[in-house]
Design a protein around this ligand. Sequence first.
Ligand SMILES: [Zn+2]
Length: 348
Amino acid sequence: MMRSETASTHPRMGCVTWAKRYTSYMKILRALRPAFAVAILATNAFAWSGRVHMDINRAAALNVPDEMAAWRDYAKLLGLESIRPDLWKGADETEGPRHYLDAERYRPLAITNLPAVRARVRALTGSDAVENGLLPWIIIEVENRLAQAMAGNDWEEAARYAAALGHYVGDAHQPLHLTEHYDGSRDPNGKGIHMRWEEEMPFFYWKETLIRPGPAEYVKDPWSAVLKQLDQAHGYYRELYAADKEAREASDEQTDSPDYYRAIWKRTQKIFVGQVSDAVTDLSSLWYTAWIRAGRPPIPTPPKHVSDQSIWVEKPKQVINESSFPIVVICGAAGLLVVLLILLSRRL
Ligand SMILES: [Zn+2]
């Protein structure tokens, strides 16, 4: 099961006439298609457009409760870092399945009955293939790491985990990330629906100001809450297929025409805006929950930047090389001697 995505960002629509701007955008899109194709092959998985990921992280940072208000200063950093997990795919072929869940492949289990311990999946379904997607387990793992980093006052690590968590939570709200029919396989002419809905449609119609999040709240049972989010998102994918079919018919199968995008936005706008808004609510709730679990530590000013290394790559352990070994031994022995002398002198 191969997936592809781009991590590109797009300019906003301005106030010039829509038709004029549309024509130039389509020219740019067409010109960029070869680049998209290269990125698709290189990154091997779909995702929301980069701009939507950025908007989700930024809006979620601003949505935390007042007692965590210092976190709002992280909004810019977390927005910029939101697309990192997509970039990690280039160097790490195991990254792709962290961004989706092919829910149908976990049958007979419903999404809401998936076990929190992944090792139990095989016993319950007869399969635990990584290619079926790891999204809910990854969200919980990163949430736990975030709480630990906050508790340890390591705010660079906390920012890195928080940004990555935002990406995965964002993906968890994209209906086509939760089904094995992620790119048109339910319709003979549906191929391309994934890119059209999550990348090209928001290119023309999405605005950050459409986000309407609910209040961030402490999440008592993150596993159940995440499964509920996934189940809700999965429930929308058939409607996206119906909307795509209707929009293709309305545009005479011209899927790069204004008629197509006008029709599919009209029918699915509520789902799109609702899912992005829910992603913001759920992400800010998970960040708030991690902070409470960490003991509500004081939040310092954000780091200027964070490491671009994948959070799934182990940090290199400090190695004592052979040339430094005698120095380490001599310093250690000298330290011990000093301690012994102090103790002896106190006794005398
Ligand atoms: Zn992704």
